[in-house]
Design a protein around this ligand. Structure first.
Ligand code: AMP
Ligand code: MG
Length: 711
């Protein structure tokens, strides 16, 4: 449909500005996506005009999407211009707004002029500059009753959980008013300069036009922009690049048409405009090509500075944390099914909890003003207020109404007295005063208010969160896709499964079932990559396949620097191995590499070391890759029930369990081949890096398996 898509992120800056919150233009065509940053509105206007004229000259079709309001809520244009048309408002503003090549403009004065001309007090407010502007309030005034807060398309976006700001608001975080007032004159000049070659949607028919200009709203792809930002991309450039790439790919696959089909009154559309893509957020998001999603981890992300010999555990954790970033995409799913998933976008309350003031107890409700100290006797009105069965009508002052827990407070009731504190008959209720104003009632929104962020992106949903989100009317959540974690065992001596007989020199694969089950318990998708003998060709074939099918691979065995350590040799030769020699026991080097774009975490083969390294390093690493952020296990200080003389220079982890006295016992043998100790234990004791003489009763840090997410 279009040969080129250009997305304009506009700005109201009063000085030339680049970088964050300045003007960006993103362009996608058959050869890819680019973006440029322009310091002034005049410069950007010239650049857009050039793009459009080139399209006309070369016979290409160009769609320009601009992220600003193309119209005002119904009523404004008519009042100012006599015509209920957004394009009339553009002309009106173009005559009055001055905007020079240094971004100095008079939009605040023009807003004040509009306020003065409008009956009932003007709607424009907000002033980000120090100088007062007569007639432009700094805080929100009450809206004249003939104007809406939001245009119809913004009302729809609000109903879908987005938070569009109003044209009326000229300053403050996320405000769009100022840039819209400065943008409409630019659009007016642009469409005039292009004449019959250009159509502004939805005001004019777009068929056969070389240039189509439409309003767009970056929040439609908000979570993807956020993810790009989390990986170091500037928000504005992510917005214009992802939007242009998404619209481009929708167009290529013939799915752009529905975005231009809007069921709304044509007269309303001419006056208010409409944001292209309203109601099509999921389609826009799904169409962002994978190549536009942020690059995966960099090949050198695990590199250690030269000359680092032994890395303390805490340094290694810090380095790992800095090296990793979320690598999973997103999906939208029913709240009720999302337990265990990581939120990819903030959850905003769709309604308050409680939605209305209600009673916290069973009792009698009345107006506090009519009560006094001493004995109160209030006549009862007929009827009652119960949860789900509101009392119709008002309770007159001096009367009381029977009310039950959860019932909305009827009009005239602000206070409730507990049933047990009253004597009542069919006609009246008697209780001792004084009672406290609003006693036994719950305020509307006292738990969470509509519009508040109830849970933030990165939070892993647990069962109580489903209660919260449901109470707030949030039926769907945007979550990270599950992280796919492949597990591969290596070693010539390993027999994949105890279902097969083993010769004396062979051992059964103990690590793979343990690691696969750990990964599932951590809420990821565990993918069994099986076992590879110590043959580089086989290992690399397995890794190649894994790189296409999973997000990260965990291997065990062959990760040291010896003759038979084929995993590390292969990763060194063909990948980007970094062997981290971590000052801990148990454990040998942790092999970290990027193989064809995906991270590979090489654990030691020894099952005791494999488990400890998985718990200490693997768990937080996978959590960060999955979008859930870094996580440290919760430990407890308990008395030791053992004696140990520990040398300085490395951290030690001992298999431990809590005895009947609440003290930590450790497994009799520290031998790292003793798998039975892992089962004997219910957690681990972590001894600090320095020297330690531990006698029974000394405080030690005990971390239960549960703190590592084992169930
Ligand atoms: P490696 O890291 O390959 O040198 O192996 C260290 C020790 O762990 C050797 O005794 C291996 O036999 C043993 N080992 C390696 N992989 C596994 C596995 N998947 N299950 C049980 N033991 C293993
Ligand atoms: Mg081996």
């Amino acid at each position: 449909m279009f040969d080129r898509i250009a997305i304009l992120d506009w700005s109201a800056s009063g000085v030339p500005k680049t970088g964050k919150d300045s003007i960006w233009i993103g362009v996608t065509n058959a050869s890819g996506t680019t973006s440029q940053n322009i310091a002034t509105r005049a410069g950007a206007e010239a650049a857009i005009l050039t793009l459009a004229q080139e399209a006309v000259r070369s016979g290409e079709r160009l769609l320009i999407g601009a992220d600003l309001n193309f119209g005002a809520p119904a009523g404004l244009a008519k009042h100012l211009t006599g015509k209920a048309e957004a394009k009339a408002l553009w002309g009106w503003l173009a005559e009055r707004i001055t905007d020079d090549t240094r971004n100095r403009s008079n939009y605040r004065e023009v807003a004040a002029e509009m306020n003065a001309r409008l009956p009932g007090g003007g709607p424009f407010w907000g002033n980000g500059s120090k100088a007062e502007v007569q007639g432009l309030p700094r805080t929100k005034p009450s809206l004249p009753n003939w104007l809406y807060e939001h245009r119809r398309c913004d009302q729809q976006s609000k109903a879908e959980g987005l938070q569009p700001k109003t044209l009326w608001q000229l300053a403050g975080a996320g405000a769009v008013g100022a840039q819209s007032l400065l943008g409409m004159p630019m659009l007016h000049r642009l469409s005039a300069a292009l004449g019959a070659d250009c159509a502004v949607w939805p005001f004019e028919p777009i068929e056969g036009k070389a240039v189509v200009i439409a309003e767009i709203y970056a929040a439609f792809i908000g979570p993807d922009v956020k993810a790009a930002e989390a990986r170091g991309k500037l928000r504005d450039s992510a917005e214009v690049e992802l939007l242009s790439a998404s619209l481009w790919s929708l167009g290529r696959s013939g799915r752009l048409g529905p975005l231009f089909e809007v069921e709304a009154d044509p007269t309303l559309l001419r006056e208010e405009g409409w944001t292209l893509g309203t109601g099509h957020g999921p389609a826009l998001r799904a169409a962002i090509p994978a190549s536009q999603l942020p690059p995966r981890l960099r090949d050198d992300c695990f590199a250690m500075p030269q000359g680092v010999a032994w890395v303390p555990v805490d340094d290694a954790l810090d380095r790992l944390r800095a090296a990793l970033a979320p690598v999973t995409g997103f999906e939208t799913m029913q709240t009720a099914k999302a337990s265990g998933r990581v939120l990819a976008a903030d959850c905003v309350a769709r309604r308050s909890n409680p939605p209305r003031p209600n009673s916290a107890v069973d009792g009698y409700g009345f107006a506090h003003a009519a009560t006094q100290s001493g004995v109160n006797r209030l006549p009862l009105v007929v009827g009652r207020a119960a949860a789900g069965q509101p009392f119709e009508g008002a309770v007159p002052a001096g009367y009381a109404v029977r009310i039950l827990t959860g019932a909305i407070l009827p009009e005239g009731v602000d206070t409730v007295v507990l049933e047990e504190d009253c004597a009542a008959d069919s006609a009246s209720v008697t209780f001792d005063g004084p009672v406290k104003l609003r006693a036994n009632t719950r305020k509307a929104g006292e738990d969470v208010a509509e519009g508040a962020v109830a849970l933030a992106a990165g939070h892993r949903l647990q069962p109580p969160d489903l209660a919260l989100l449901s109470a707030l009317g949030i039926a769907e959540v945007t979550v990270h896709r599950l992280l796919r974690v492949g597990v591969l065992s290596t070693g010539d001596e390993i027999i994949p499964s105890p279902e097969t007989p083993a010769l004396p020199h062979q051992i059964y694969d103990a690590n793979r079932p343990m690691l696969l089950s750990l990964i599932s318990q951590w809420g990821h998708e565990a993918v069994d990559l099986g076992h590879a003998p110590d043959r580089p060709a086989v290992i690399s074939g397995k890794l190649d396949r894994a790189a296409r099918e999973v997000d990260v691979v965990i291997t065990s065995g062959g990760a040291s620097a010896g003759d038979e350590d084929h995993v590390s040799r292969l990763l060194r030769e063909q990948g980007t191995l970094s062997s981290w020699r971590i000052a801990m026991k148990p454990g040998r080097p942790l092999a970290l590499a990027i193989w064809k774009g995906i991270p590979v975490i090489g654990l030691p083969g020894n099952p005791v070391a494999a488990l400890v390294c998985a718990l200490i390093f693997g768990r937080p690493a996978l959590s960060k890759l999955a979008g859930g952020g870094w996580s440290a296990p919760l430990g407890f200080t308990v008395p030791a029930a053992f004696t140990k003389s520990k040398k300085p220079g490395r951290r030690e982890y001992l298999r431990a369990r809590i005895n009947a006295e609440g003290a930590a016992e450790v497994f009799a043998s520290e031998g790292s081949g003793r798998i039975s100790g892992l089962s004997w234990a219910d957690g681990i004791v972590e001894l600090p890096d320095g020297a330690a003489e531990i006698a029974p009763g000394a405080p030690v840090r005990y971390i239960p398996y549960g703190s590592f997410g084992l169930t």
